[in-house]
Write a protein that binds this ligand. Sequence first.
Ligand code: NAD
Length: 253
Amino acid sequence: MTSTTPRVAVVTGGARGIGAATAARLAADGHAVAVLDLLEDVAAETAAKLTADGHRAIGVGVDVADEDAVTAAVERVVTELGAPTILVNNAGILRDNLLFKMSTDDWDAVLGVHLRGAFLVTRAVQKHMIDAGWGRIVNLSSTSALGNRGQANYAAAKAGMQGFTKTLAIELGKFGVTANAVAPGVIATDMIAETAARVGVPLEDFLAHMAKEVPAGRVGQPEDIAAAVSFFCSDEAGFTNGQVLYVAGGPKA
Ligand SMILES: NC(=O)c1ccc[n+]([C@@H]2O[C@H](COP(=O)([O-])OP(=O)(O)OC[C@H]3O[C@@H](n4cnc5c(N)ncnc54)[C@H](O)[C@@H]3O)[C@@H](O)[C@H]2O)c1
């Protein structure tokens, strides 16, 4: 557990995978947690597990790319938990294809969830951080930001998250708000399971193949990412601002 003052945290895409592990980790760190997700029922279940463990948590159904829905979701968080001063922009989707086969819809959908989504939620939450004179924003990038075959949309979005993060750090630093990014390598979640299914490889074989490329000799688990997010959200990370931390079992650029 990281030593920190209890706050109200928003985790987008928090229903499952990295987001759910991050929600659990931030709750264990002592924060109240709002689990925002397109999957409203799963978000409610994830929040219910946290409350059953004695934490304060709510699940909120929201499409992060929908401006009005984001405004309403953040208002609900303020009413039910209090003003949020921790935000983890984690919601994400894949629509992989080689460039010549990539549809405009698949480009727009990926940019929409990752970039427009992070923009809308951050804009809605930042005023509470400014009012408090304290805030922590963590954006999920990816090793794919460095380029990855079949992911022109996703790589552009994840590189975009890094530029977004650094700009937030510059604009909000003087208000006691930090913004950092975590860039995971391959993490065993439903997102990877969907990729394995799409390419027609059994999940265990797919993960074993990916693990061979990782210096640490294994793929990551959601908790590996949650631990890095927890550090960036802590009181003691106040001078760590505008950084991108690759959590990939080995060095990345
Ligand atoms: N799994 C990996 O290997 C990996 C690697 C690098 C980066 N990432 C990033 O980490 C984040 C989490 O990934 P994951 O592996 O846990 O994926 P996941 O698919 O298991 O979970 C993503 C969550 O985001 C939610 N979501 C999707 N679109 C949404 C929307 N419009 N509004 C609200 N919620 C929405 C989904 O419902 C889901 O609960 C993503 O940003 C992903 O790009 C994952």
